[in-house]
Design a protein around this ligand. Structure first.
Ligand SMILES: [Fe+2]
Ligand SMILES: [Fe+2]
Length: 166
């Protein structure tokens, strides 16, 4: 049956990001292992913990709003993770790989920011204030993660990568 209401569309979008977060919990440890820069590796590890908290937040939301998530697989996240795997396979360990791991991770964060941004606004529209608050907390974490990744790139990794090529 096709989706006809905003509420159903919200549940679909939420189910999609739930799958995305679950997939990420498997990918982040691999990315941490593949990184050389200690700040980057630590960043991936701490975002793994955060991601587990984000999954718990969705579980909380589902209970509060009495909704049922759909069993769907987020194909976009599957593809983004696949591209991260390619970075690991194709680039020698070191700062050039780190720079591209950051790029792959930022693509993930931007996908999440887009999804949670939409979910926050739809939750508000539906009058689900508690849900909007939970989703806003996650949105803030994703934005902060994107900024931290950016900082590691411009303050350390990109310079190290350039030195590598010389
Ligand atoms: Fe996340
Ligand atoms: Fe994230």
């Amino acid at each position: 049956m096709k989706i006809t209401t905003l509420e159903e569309a919200f549940i679909h979008e939420l189910s999609d990001i739930y799958s995305a977060e679950k997939q990420l919990t498997k990918a982040l440890p691999k990315m941490a292992k593949a990184a050389t820069n200690p700040k980057l590796a630590e960043g991936f590890t701490s975002h793994l913990e955060e991601t587990e908290g984000q999954i718990a937040r969705i579980d909380q939301l589902v209970e509060k709003c009495d909704i049922k998530l759909k069993r769907i697989k987020c194909k976009a996240m599957e593809g983004l993770i696949e591209e991260g795997d390619e970075v690991i396979k194709e680039i020698e360990e070191g700062s050039v790989r780190d720079a591209m791991l950051i790029a792959a991770a930022q693509k993930v964060e931007h996908y999440e920011i887009a999804s949670y941004g939409t979910l926050v606004e739809i939750a508000k529209q539906l009058g689900w204030k508690d849900a909007a608050k939970l989703l806003e907390a996650t949105l803030a974490e994703e934005k902060a993660t994107d900024e931290k990744l950016n900082f590691v790139a411009v303050s350390e990794v990109n310079n190290e990568a350039l030195a590598n090529a010389a």
